[in-house]
Design a protein around this ligand. Sequence first.
Ligand SMILES: Cc1cc2nc3c(=O)[nH]c(=O)nc-3n(C[C@H](O)[C@H](O)[C@H](O)COP(=O)(O)OP(=O)(O)OC[C@H]3O[C@@H](n4cnc5c(N)ncnc54)[C@H](O)[C@@H]3O)c2cc1C
Length: 747
Amino acid sequence: MSPTRKVTFGLALTPSATHPEHTIAQAQLGERSGFDLVTLLRAPGQVVDGWTLLSWIAGSTERIGLLGQLACLPSEMPTVTAGAAASLDLLSQGRLTLAITSDEPSDDNQHPVEGVEETLDIIRRMWAIGEPGTVRYTGNVHRVDGAQRGPAPAHDVPLLITGDSPELLRLAGEKSDGWLSEINGSSLDRFIAGSTLIGHTAVANGRDPREVPKIVTIRGTFADTRGGFLHGRSADWVDDLLPLIVDHGVTTLLLATEENAVLQQFAEEVAPRLRDAASSLLPAQTRTGRLRKSTAIAQRRSGIRYDDVPDLLVDSAIEPGDFDFPRVKSTYLRGGSPGLVLRTRTVDEVVAALGFAREHPHLPLSIRSGGHGISGRSTNDGGIVINLSLMNRIDVLDEATRRVRIEPGARWMDVAAALQPYGWALTSGDYGGVGVGGLATAGGIGFLGRGHGLTIDHLRAVDMVLADGSRVRASDTENTELFWAVRGAGANFGIVTAFEFEVDEVGDVGWAQLGLDATDTAEFLEKWGHTSEAAPRDTTSFLIMGPPRHGQPALAQLMAMVDSANPDTIIERLQPFANISPLYSQSVQLMPYAAVMANAQGESNGGQGEPVTRSGLLDHITPEFAAAAARLISSGTVYFFQIRAVGGAISDIDADATAYAHRSANFSVVAFGSHRQRLDAAWEELYPFFTGAYLSFETDPRPERLTDAFPPATLARLREVKARLDPDSVFRDNFPISIPTLTEATS
Ligand SMILES: Cc1cc2nc3c(=O)[nH]c(=O)nc-3n(C[C@H](O)[C@H](O)[C@H](O)COP(=O)(O)OP(=O)(O)OC[C@H]3O[C@@H](n4cnc5c(N)ncnc54)[C@H](O)[C@@H]3O)c2cc1C
């Protein structure tokens, strides 16, 4: 998070020596009373460790920020502190601020300020999970020899410096995210001098002084008569504190008190008046708005008018130097380095983001939902990404008709989990981490495919933002041509902001994983093909093979789903597959569809380089195809070769009913290689067997892939829709459909 200039209020509590629960209760009272932050002062004779007490407070509150204070000792390893602090930030959902100070110089603490600086540096490096390699550091006080980075905190934890020595003040101005100090009646001059030195040092280091906000601890007494600084009525307190905020740039006041009455009087009578007064006296630009760190500004890419990002999007904008950038720059499979990611939360924001992107026609524009696109075009280099991952609601609209509204950032494991309590499922893919936006605009070939069709076959309506920023709904009755195009070629026509599906009743399913001998790979593939086609529609199986390992027999991994909760039916359906060849391993479970889809952990967007795949759709596994595929698998050119059974209900849909037209195919084939040219060359042998391709599994950038994916009539129709709805080719990053030329259009 970048610094802002909102005035906030905190509590500085002195832990009770004997009753830590009192301190916890005070923190809870502070949260209820509207305080923004709580910190613990060091207390002599304290029986519990301050860091543990702060963690307990975190678990006993919901909203209040937590300011941890750390006195650096040479014996305390910053790597350990980094892990503990990041963990507390994660567990408290991004509520931590960390203040670092030096302990008194002593025999074993000869370089107190260096200790602080090194601690700051090491913690930041430990949290930089996007950086390559381990952390190595050699300082005067600390040495780190190859520590694993992480965990990273949930947010950009501000690292404050505490202390008044000129060395610490300079360090605060040069490197910190804020200065924590104390003010009483007699120390105001010292505060002003310190603040001035920090400001000068910040400027000398190319920083905006506002990057180092000032947080001060105050203590006082409420009384009926005025008796000096912070001694008097609430109005006197306001008079004393307002100049600190307005004239001396204090952004946070931490009230040190042990008395609940003082806490409450401050919350009720002082804080609101200070907020109001500050808001009318501070210049508008310092009251709101986001101040980006100068280190982040230095990493901006050329050609993007960062300062013109619309107000609505200021909080959604993630730039290359921002804390969140490593989490959004790459996709699951592809490394990226966009110049700006706009992580939208509402349709209004999507419209604004698209408008901003349109002002940069020279830059790549990517649309990202779950970030699992195999082509990886939902990120780019130097361009703009509209990231819809936070738009991930799943709502049941009507139980009677099983109508469900799903936003594009939802992931299929979450969809499956949300539908399970109703006894429903929506056929999707095989991996729960994949996003709805990309899959539901392309097809959706999954484990329920032969019985329930493609995901797009369940689509009843979409809400979209088109290239010109207009919002439309498309269905069988509104914008029908767009609705046809979205189901198979959606990425070309706009940004889908919500999908409406009619989902199916699906009970527990049989889920099987079999390891089969594939020594005679061609024969095995052929037999599996026949078995698959002969199987009833309630059975869908996928086959995965890789290059044979030295000295080991060729193995095929078969995954099959039987849409039945009857164990006898499940065994009956699976037996023909188990009979294909010797079985090395088997696992068959009766489980909810949602449990099968719960196969992804967290978000994984650490892709690097370029994925290399090819895709083909096939009607039958003929002996000739099986032989060619066997040669490809044994050649070592591919490390992952998968054939999925399709057909069944997918083939019931007319070829011209949706833009996904290759409905006669019974199989979808995908191969992953590590070398583009080698895979393309090897694929030539298989290519003649295919009737089409599935773009969601394709990465070859050549325009011919469009003619593989869309038969001529489909492509011609898509080009007309493209010309009408996206004449400037705003959506052009992921297999762009070209617009017919004037001659083509009139001929
Ligand atoms: C591990 C893995 C397993 C997979 N398994 C299957 C499977 O079983 N079946 C299957 O069919 N596919 C599968 N896929 C492919 C997957 O369906 C597609 O790659 C899909 O695009 C991913 O969707 P996403 O939202 O996660 O992708 P993203 O990377 O976010 O988007 C991919 C592309 O889709 C377009 N797009 C994204 N969101 C929108 C939107 N809201 N509006 C319009 N266009 C949008 C953009 O062009 C974008 O480049 C798998 C992919 C992976 C990585």
